[in-house]
Each structure stands twice: as C-alpha cells, then as structure tokens.
Design a protein around this ligand. Structure first.
Ligand code: UDX
Length: 429
C-alpha cells in the first residue's frame, strides 16, 4: 500500500450507468486512457456499436471523439491489470427501508485483489461510514471518496466545469487522493480535500439541502395560493438575499430523479440508524409527496369528478433534457388520475420509451398537439421549452375543455388565457 502510480496508467471506471459513462467519457476527453467495465454485456455491446443508452446532451459526441482512448469491457480483470485508480460508479438504489442498497458496491469490493496496489475511488452515493467499513474489512485497500454533483441534462458540462471537487481520504491514503486531484485539477473549480466520512456527508447534505429548498418553496407557493400572493415575486425577492440565493426556488409538482428522493431518504435512515431523528427531512419528503398530488385537487376544483375525463400530460421525465423516469412526478400523477377514473394521454419529447413500461393504460402521443386533442384538461408536468412555445389558440381549438394546469410555472399565463383557456399555475393567482 502507498506506492505512487504513474500518471500514464489507464483509469478504471466500474459501472457505466449515468455517472460512470459521463465520468469515463470526460476522463478520456481530458486525454486519459480509460477502461470502463460493466456487468451488463448488452450495454457494453451497444456502447461499442456507438449507441448511447441515455439521453444526455453532448455525451454522444464526447464518446465518439474519444473512442480511441475509451476501452469497454465486461471483465473486471481487464480493468484491474492495467489500472490502479478504480472509480466506482455502480448504482446504490434505495431498499424498501429507505436505506441505500450497497450490494453492487460490495460486489465490486469483493473482486478487488488484496495486493494493495489498487485504490477504490467511490463516486457512487453511499451512506457516511461506508468508506470506513470497507477499509476495516479490506485493510490493504486504498479508499478515496470523490462524490459526484452532476445534474442530469447538463452532466457533461457540470463534469468539465465543476463548482467544486470533493476528495476525501483518511491517513495513509493521501497518495491516491493526490492522483485523483491531479486528474481533476485541469478542470478548475475549488478542490475540497477532507476525510472520507466528511466527503460522504458533503454529498448527502448538499442533496438534502437542495431538496429542502424545493420543498420549502413548494410550501410557500401553497401559502401564496391561500393569501393571493405570487410565488414568482416572492422567490425573486427572497433570492436576492445573498444568503438565500436565487437557485432552487422554483415551485412545481415535486422533485424527482435518481438522486434527491433516494439521497434524502438515505440520509434520514442513516441518521435514524445512528439514533438521531432527522425531523426536517421527514417533512421535506412528506411535502414532496403531497405536492405531486396537489394537481389532482386543482383538477377536481375545476372539473368536479374526474371519472371519464380526458387529461393530457405534457412531459413525463422528472425534468427536461432527460429521458430519466426515475421517481418522476408523472408516475404518481398518472396513477392517481387513473385511480380516480380519468383517462390519461401523454407526450414527452424523449422519455416515451422509458415511460411506456412504467405507465400502463396511458395513451402515448407523438406530439403535444396530438396529446391535447379532445382533452378536458392539459397538465404541464415537465418544462420542456417546446411547451412554452405552443400555439395556444391551436391547443384551444383541439381541446374539449379549457383547463391548463401549469405544474412548473413554465408557461406565459397571458398567452394561455388570451386563447380563451383557463390557466392555473403553482402559487400564482
Ligand atoms: C441532482 C443534484 O442537483 C446533483 O448535484 C446531484 O449530483 C444529483 O441530483 P438531478 O437529479 O439531475 O441532480 O436534478 P436537478 O436538476 O437537481 O433537479 C432535481 C429535481 O428537482 C427535478 O425534478 C426538478 O424539477 C426539481 N426542482 C429543481 C424543482 O422542483 N425546483 C427547483 O427549483 C429545482
């Protein structure tokens, strides 16, 4: 343990999901040789044919122009032989208890030789304490925590222009942390060198804080509806305070995605498992669940019973510029609408294939205008720019009813109402 490695060695990336693929592609783009492995042979085959399994702006071009430097494999040995730094990018989905499922991480660790030559660089989001536990069970293994802060839809951009890079290592493992730092240094961004447990907590705390900010503004929006204030004005006035800042103050129909729901729950469980009741996060989660359902009461307020009503959902993914359906609010919304007897049709510019297997009984359209035909109400679920540019007179002429619920406050209400439609946003009057 502790020997220096040559800069020229290839970098190993284990797991080519969202994080792994972006990480591997970007390291290659930095001029490094990368060997990326995944147990999913179909995924590796597809990537070798040049097919990128996810929708992420800039990623396809990045992988294409770095083909020479990026080797793909399903064999761990092909990574372990040449590489010493192994970036672990496997997923850590939530279990039924809300804890993170570390079985894939454990499987990776179990395959690492005890020679002490390798350093495991953890990018997967893991509970604080995971690094310490792995080090305890595998004393010869060098361990670095290097959490990712990539946003889907701008992951390549975020990777190449980070706000900060967090690198956590415990005494004895600094050599590997130095190697990681050297890889990231050309990208700029503040380098935060710390211990492993603190690095793990930074990731969880950052996501939990952002989720808290969203649930907070969602509750403010709900109060705004009661007192006839405009949440957009409120958020603007709040955000100009430097201590608050303007970002993540957009109310909507709840946060989703692969990170916030899972990480907030994992932090709550982690605290609970150590004997601490994290009250605030319990509320953040509950507010988010209720927020997804508020659209139903808005629809009922205007339409009465939803039995037999035709509801068009514009957008399905948890946010624009992605086809990721994980924890998307549309899933809860469509399920609730169907349970209340409504018929649901939907259009999303890229997420249809991902959504189909998750949304039985939903009628998929190939354009927004097709989706609204004969609809009693239209609900904007994901704020794709093309929805803000819709011809509302055309929409009105195709609909059966006249209700537009803007679940992301992404539409210009005056354009919608000018077409003779009734508009309702979130926290706006
Ligand atoms: C998030 C974190 O931002 C990123 O740092 C971390 O690495 C992974 O998790 P991501 O899941 O891609 O990234 O999505 P993000 O853009 O943060 O949005 C998450 C959800 O919050 C979306 O559903 C979005 O619609 C919602 N959101 C975001 C709001 O409802 N209001 C806001 O003001 C901001």
């Amino acid at each position: 343990m502790g020997q220096q490695m040559s800069d020229q060695r290839p970098i190993g990336v284990i797991g080519v999901g969202w994080v792994g693929l972006v990480t591997a592609g970007c390291f290659a783009d930095l001029g490094r040789e990368v060997i990326a492995m995944d147990v999913n042979a179909a995924k590796i085959d597809a990537l070798e044919r040049g097919e990128v399994p996810i929708h992420e702006p800039g990623l396809e071009g990045l992988l294409e122009r770095n083909r020479e430097r990026l080797r793909l494999t399903t064999e761990m040995s092909e990574v372990l032989d040449p590489a010493r730094l192994l970036f672990c990018c496997v997923d850590t989905p939530p279990t039924y208890s809300g804890d993170a499922d570390l079985s894939r991480v454990e499987s990776v660790v179990s395959q690492l030789p005890e020679s002490g030559e390798h350093a495991l660089v953890m990018k997967s989001t893991v509970p604080a304490g995971t690094g310490r536990a792995i080090r305890r069970d595998h004393p010869s293994l060098t361990y670095v925590s290097c959490p990712e802060f990539l946003k889907e839809g701008s992951a390549v951009e975020d990777f190449l222009h980070p706000d900060r890079v967090v690198i956590g290592a415990d005494p004895g493992d600094e050599w590997a942390a130095d190697e990681v730092e050297a890889i990231y240094r050309p990208l700029g961004g503040e380098l935060v060198r710390t211990d492993v447990a603190s690095a793990e907590m930074i990731k969880l705390a950052a996501n939990a804080f952002l989720a808290t900010k969203i649930s907070f503004i969602n509750e403010i929006a709900n109060v705004c509806e009661e007192v006839r204030a405009d949440v957009a004005e409120v958020a603007k006035g709040m955000g100009l305070d430097e201590r608050i800042g303007p970002q993540f103050l957009r109310p909507g129909i709840g946060y989703g995605g692969s990170c916030f729901p899972k990480d907030v729950s994992a932090l709550k469980q982690l605290a609970g498992n150590s004997g601490y009741h994290f009250q605030l996060l319990t509320a953040v989660i509950e507010v988010n669940e209720l927020q997804k359902r508020r659209v139903i009461s808005k629809l009922q307020k205007h339409l009465g019973s939803l039995v037999g009503r035709e509801i068009a959902l514009l957008g399905l993914a948890f946010k624009p510029d992605t086809d990721d359906m994980r924890e998307a609010s549309s899933l809860v919304l469509a399920g609730r609408l169907q349970a209340d007897g409504a018929r649901v049709r939907a259009y999303d510019p890229v997420a249809e294939d991902a959504a189909r297997p998750l949304m039985s009984g939903v009628d998929f359209s190939d354009s927004a205008l097709r989706a609204v035909e004969g609809a009693d109400a239209v609900v904007l679920v994901t704020e794709w720019p093309e929805f803000a540019e819709l011809d509302w007179a055309e929409v009105a002429s195709r609909m059966r009813g006249d209700l537009v619920i803007d679940g992301r406050n992404a539409l210009r209400s005056e354009l919608v109402t000018a077409a003779g439609l009734a508009y309702e946003g979130i926290g706006r009057h």
